[in-house]
Design a protein around this ligand. Structure first.
Ligand SMILES: NC(=O)C1=CN([C@@H]2O[C@H](COP(=O)(O)OP(=O)(O)OC[C@H]3O[C@@H](n4cnc5c(N)ncnc54)[C@H](OP(=O)(O)O)[C@@H]3O)[C@@H](O)[C@H]2O)[C@@H](O)CC1
Ligand SMILES: Nc1ncnc2c1ncn2[C@@H]1O[C@H](COP(=O)(O)OP(=O)(O)O)[C@@H](O)[C@H]1O
Ligand SMILES: [K+]
Length: 479
């Protein structure tokens, strides 16, 4: 799996950013994102696994058990157990029961090879019957380590792991769980890595940089869902862009960007027609958008998955936007729609740059990402905010995320319109927060790609074909 390496260091002292890290329970998807980002920051999956297995072995040794049975699945959770076995071989009589599903992860296969050079007894099981030959091991064990399933477990537990879990529960030995309890196992203690996934976990650090968590990275792209084969037209979503008037190009840039970010149908309500065959133009009655256009616009808001308001709109249409936003399920409010009173939809994403943020909150957000994050978190904006800048700050009042991708060449006009269009398309299937994080990350990566070829000669339009290369690279390379 080629991991896109992040290069530039964070332009601020990270020691005071720990307040922005999330300390309560995290989901397996969030842990996968952080894990992947850690690898893009130069810490390999094997190193993470070594740290996890070491922590696990230290907790296991607190039991002072003479006979230890380590149950290992075929995934990376199993890998943790194999690492722990290697670290405990001198401390106890260790037996590993490992499940050979036929497709062990590469890291876990590597750990099994390493273990073969240790004085540890390792027994393969492939089916329920294999386990029934080793009932004595379960009854003799003083400690059982559960490294069967971790954050990769999905659905009801399949055999032979189900039987393995039942046998562990039936034994007298306490069960120490790696990262989280395999479904149905009764834990004595839970040794969670980096962050707790379930309640009552003890949390052990495994050396994951804070930036892997509070920063965007290639791990964020894992949230993009693969499309099933039998999908129908429109699954990519229908987007409505309301904009234009004084600036006729902006809504078209947003519309094209939304298509390139995966939207299926994009309609542009704007006074000026531009010959873009991929976009559906909805003309307005005059050369700016007024109340007379509401009969046209409102039904389109009702039928669209996401509505993007603002690109190139000019200051006079705010009343229209306020009225439309009441018919909007998911709204992205950019540029001239960022005026008070703020429009808001059922779920809203606001994408101000510094000037627009100051205009809607009356407060200058400051220059450092730290201050800008404080300003965003303390603003009473009712939704997710993407405050754009050299480091974008994304917040949904609970979470904060920093996006470092992008280049100064992106200050060219219209890049904000492209970013807003990308966020609108992503919001069809993702939350406003995840759409903003991925939108900022992808648009910035596209900007870096184009800066490499066009330098300061980059135009916002150049960004658009680069967007799908970033967003869909994973599936293109079959990772
Ligand atoms: N770099 C890292 O990633 C790091 C990860 N770390 C550790 O890895 C853990 C995540 O590993 P994981 O074993 O939980 O998941 P993953 O490796 O995807 O394999 C899943 C396996 O389970 C199986 N399976 C799934 N559902 C099932 C079911 N219902 N019933 C039965 N089987 C089921 C699935 O089988 P398959 O679907 O392939 O047939 C596949 O074999 C994480 O919690 C942490 O402990 C740490 O070392 C830190 C570094
Ligand atoms: N100096 C910079 N370094 C990196 N990225 C930048 C820089 N300036 C702007 N950007 C990026 O350009 C994008 C659009 O910026 P914005 O100010 O919204 O442009 P516009 O004036 O078109 O709205 C944002 O994603 C932002 O991250
Ligand atoms: K486990």
């Amino acid at each position: 799996m080629t991991i896109h390496m992040q290069h530039q260091p964070f332009p601020d002292d990270l020691t005071r950013y720990s307040e922005y890290a999330c300390l309560d329970l995290i989901t397996p998807e969030e842990m996968r994102r952080i894990d992947h980002n850690a690898q893009s920051l130069g810490i390999s999956g094997l190193e993470l696994m070594e740290s996890a297995g070491t922590a696990l072995s230290l907790v296991a040794q607190e039991y002072h058990a003479g006979i230890v049975l380590i149950l290992c699945g075929s995934g990376n959770n199993g890998g943790d157990g194999l690492v722990a076995a290697r670290h405990m071989s001198r401390e106890a009589e260790v037996t590993v029961l490992w499940y050979d599903s036929g497709h062990q992860t590469r890291s876990t296969r590597r750990q099994l090879e390493r273990l073969s050079h240790c004085d540890v007894r390792s027994i393969r099981f492939r089916c329920r019957e294999d386990l029934l030959h080793h009932l004595d091991i379960f009854s003799k064990a003083d400690l059982i380590v559960d490294a069967l399933l971790g954050t990769g477990g999905a659905g009801t537990v399949r055999e032979p792991l189900k039987t393995c879990i039942d046998l562990a529960n039936q034994s007298q030995a306490p069960v120490l769980c790696a990262d989280l309890p395999s479904p149905g196992i009764i834990p004595d203690r839970i040794c969670a890595f980096h962050r707790p996934k379930v309640k009552d976990s003890e949390v052990y650090d495994i050396g994951i940089p804070i930036l892997a968590e509070i920063g965007t990275g290639p791990g964020d792209l894992l949230l993009m869902q693969e499309r099933k084969q039998n999908v129908h037209k429109g699954v990519g979503g229908e987007i409505l862009v309301i904009g234009g008037g004084p600036y006729q190009g902006a809504p078209w840039l947003s519309g094209l960007a939304a298509l390139r970010a995966g939207a299926d149908i994009v309609r542009i309500v704007t006074p000026h027609y531009l010959p873009e065959p991929d976009l559906i133009h909805i003309p307005t009655s005059g050369d700016t958008i007024t109340q007379n256009d509401l009969d046209t616009i409102i039904p389109l808001c009702d039928r669209s998955d996401v509505v993007l308001c603002g690109p190139g709109l000019g200051p006079d249409a705010h009343e229209v936007i306020l009225t439309c936003s009441e018919h909007v399920k998911k709204g992205v409010f950019d540029a001239d729609s960022l005026r008070t009173p703020l429009p808001h939809a059922h779920e809203s994403l606001y994408t101000p740059h510094t000037g627009e943020f100051t205009r809607i909150t009356g407060r200058d957000p400051g220059l450092t990402p730290y201050d800008r994050a404080h300003a965003v978190r303390n603003s009473d904006i009712p939704g997710t905010v993407l405050l754009k800048g050299p480091v974008d700050v994304i917040s949904d009042t609970k979470r904060i995320r920093f996006n470092q991708t992008g280049t100064p060449a992106m200050t060219t006009g219209g890049t904000g319109d492209v970013l807003a269009g990308v966020c609108a398309a992503l919001m069809v299937h993702l939350s406003a927060f995840d759409a903003a994080c991925i939108g900022a990350y992808a648009t910035g990566c596209a900007g870096e790609m184009i800066t490499n070829t066009h330098g300061y000669g980059m135009t916002a339009r150049d960004l658009i074909p680069a967007i799908p290369q970033v967003l869909f690279r994973r599936t293109l390379e079959g990772e």
